[in-house]
Design a protein around this ligand. Structure first.
Ligand SMILES: [Zn+2]
Length: 424
């Protein structure tokens, strides 16, 4: 009996540890340089198991951190002892995870009954890839599926090419999901792929005129291995996976932050050299096959005029640079384009976006894709952080997918049209 109880207690303990019951996301606001120094030390502290949902300590903007239930008491005490202000953004992370999972099960049943594609649901890689095949099959004159390489775990990486013909026309690149846990970016890209096809078929401006001059390449899942991992349900924590899945120099910590691995001021400030860090940059620029595949594809194509990357969350529309605070040579124009695009986005649901350089709106980041694209001569390079501003963070309810996609589409359309009208 005693043995039975001991085993039961052990199983219960393991089970509790795996769930994120009681984990909270705290929003922390530094108000002085001293606070910033204290908070920077936190990033090196592995004992508390902190998970940074946003990065970059500054007195201008707060940082969101998921704090495991077991560290919560001590961590809040630590903040109070240092007079650092915080608010609870998410009271119980597990509750949101449970809700999301229940929604997915319900949506899967619905799909089974109706056989239609549900855009208001999160889908796994297999479903997204089969959606891409159906879309290509329905619009064979417009869309082709281009395999640009394979991932570390040997999954294919696909971009959808929307083209009305011509050889290596000027082109727009759009990717989503380079960070695995930012599910609303993949889901929005799915809706946007369908919308491009429908607008072309229905002759709805400005898509036909854009596609008469340019091609659009849309990569819905830029980090397939990470995305598959984020769908594994045996441990809820997998849902919050950000990086790739490659082996690093530390056997305990897998994965590289694919948006710190580009050959753009690689290894500068704003990326971690610790394989256990959420923003680990990798051993060398483009060491990650996923980054190399995209970079090689874009360079060998040679005629991309715009590069856009969809992330979540924070509601930001950003342009280079991320690696430092200097203005990009095209800063005034990029700022104006981003401002007008964010106005277009706002016109649908009133969602407010902040516009600026990556460095000035979110954080210093070296080795980021948008800086890389800009430095390779792709002037109209932008990064989006989609909804929300932190109420749900990465766990945005699926009933917000379509409205998020729809408003994002207005901004993308504005930018693509602008690029068309401003050849260079
Ligand atoms: Zn991201």
């Amino acid at each position: 009996m005693r043995l039975y109880l001991a085993v039961f207690a052990l199983l219960a303990a393991v089970h509790c540890e795996e769930l994120l019951n009681g984990d909270q996301v705290l929003r922390i606001q530094a108000e002085s340089e001293d606070h910033i120094q204290v908070l920077k030390e936190l990033e090196k502290n592995v004992d508390w198991g902190l998970d940074f949902w946003t990065h970059g300590f500054s007195i201008e903007r707060p940082v969101d951190i998921r704090v495991p239930d077991t560290s919560l008491f001590a961590f809040k005490d630590f903040l109070r002892d240092n007079n650092i202000t915080f608010t609870v953004m998410i009271n119980n992370v597990q509750e949101l995870l449970d809700r999301e999972r229940a929604e997915m099960v319900m949506n899967a049943e619905k799909k089974y009954k109706t056989k239609g594609f549900n855009f208001a649901a999160y889908h796994n890689l297999e479903t997204i890839y089969s959606f891409m095949d159906s879309l290509v099959a329905s619009h064979p004159d417009l869309i082709t599926k281009v395999k640009i390489g394979s991932t570390y775990e040997d999954r294919p990486m696909y971009a959808l090419k929307f083209s009305t013909g011509g050889e290596k026309r000027p082109a727009v690149w759009i990717d989503a999901g380079i960070h695995a846990r930012e599910w609303v970016s993949h889901a929005s890209a799915v809706w946007i792929a369908d919308r491009i096809a429908l607008d072309f078929k229905d002759n709805r401006a400005p898509v036909p005129s854009i596609l008469s001059k340019m091609d659009i390449f849309l990569m819905i899942v830029a980090n397939p291995d990470g995305y598959v991992f984020s769908h594994l349900t045996e441990r809820p924590i997998h849902r919050l996976w950000r990086k790739s899945r490659s082996v690093t120099s530390n056997p305990k910590c897998l994965g590289v932050d694919l948006n710190r691995n580009w050959d753009a001021e690689f290894s500068g400030p704003g990326a971690s050299d610790d394989p256990c860090g959420e923003d680990y940059r990798g051993p060398s620029a483009q060491s990650e096959i996923e980054v190399k595949n995209i970079a090689d594809f874009i360079m060998s194509h040679g005629n991309f005029k715009s590069f856009m990357s969809l992330h979540a969350y924070s509601q930001l529309l950003m342009y280079p640079y991320g690696f430092n605070g200097t203005n990009a040579p095209d800063q005034p124009e990029l700022h104006e384009v981003a401002t007008q695009a964010s106005k277009a986005l706002n016109s649908w649901h009133g969602t407010i976006y902040k516009v600026g350089s990556i460095f000035h709106t979110i954080e210093q980041a070296s080795g980021a894709s948008v800086d890389w694209a800009y430095q390779r001569g792709i002037k109209y390079s932008f990064a989006f952080e989609l909804r929300d501003t932190g109420k749900y963070g990465f766990l945005l309810p699926a009933d917000q997918i379509v409205s998020t996609a729809r408003e994002t589409w207005l901004a993308l359309k504005y930018i693509m049209q602008y690029v068309c009208e401003h050849p260079y």
